[in-house]
Design a protein around this ligand. Structure first.
Ligand code: GAR
Length: 196
């Protein structure tokens, strides 16, 4: 039976689209729901057009009460009977209370070659450091931010004249290849890292 995947987004959701578009044919998983903390995220409209269920849980009414926000997500997820969660540009930090029950079943894509540049502004930080190589990482989510066993990495060159925006675009193209490849392998029960 196909694995049921929930994909969490906050913005345009281009990684979510790449995952959804790959989950056809003999792929061992199917999208069950797209979750967003932002009704305006472009990805929500796209998912609805594809006939995928969506759940929007705005974090703002919860203020600093992350556990209450996460409890609302957990309640919204209940009907979907998910096997796997893919964080795909979900820009809210999740606490251990949410992460721990999903450990080993929750994946993330991060725009750096982890363990370098956890957190935000990864492209600018790679440029500032004078790195000649940059990239993206997919990993299992643990309570520590942008940590956890690596499931795959893709590398890109840093070129003369690169700005954070240009570099982000080059990395994003690789994210769209890496994350679907990782999910396909993971959903079939194989956690050997995908190295692109
Ligand atoms: C992607 O580059 C993803 O790696 C990054 O946000 C972007 C979302 O783009 N995620 C993080 O920075 C998580 N800390 P998308 O909405 O087009 O997939």
């Amino acid at each position: 039976m196909s694995k049921r995947v929930g994909i969490f987004i906050s913005g345009g959701g281009s990684n979510m689209r790449a995952l959804v578009q790959d989950m056809t044919g003999d792929h061992p998983a199917r999208p069950a729901v797209v979750v967003s903390n932002n009704e305006d995220s472009g990805g929500v409209g796209w998912a609805r057009q594809q006939g995928i269920a969506t759940e929007v849980i705005d974090h703002r009414p919860f203020g600093k009460d992350r556990p209450a926000f996460e409890a609302a997500i957990t309640a919204a997820l209940a009907p979907y009977d998910l096997d796997i969660i893919c964080l795909a540009g979900f820009m809210r930090v999740l606490t251990a209370g949410f992460v721990t029950p999903w450990e080993g079943r929750m994946l993330n894509i991060h725009p750096s070659l982890l363990p370098k540049y956890k957190g935000l502004n990864t492209h600018a930080r790679a440029l500032e450091a004078g790195d000649t190589e940059h990239g993206c990482t997919s990993h299992l989510v643990t309570p520590a931010l942008d940590d956890g066993p690596i499931l795959g990495q893709a590398r890109v060159p840093v070129k003369a004249g690169d700005t954070p925006e240009i570099l982000a675009e080059r990395v994003l193209i690789q994210e769209h290849k890496l994350y679907p490849a990782v999910l396909r392998r993971f959903a079939s029960g194989n956690t050997t890292p995908v190295m692109l």
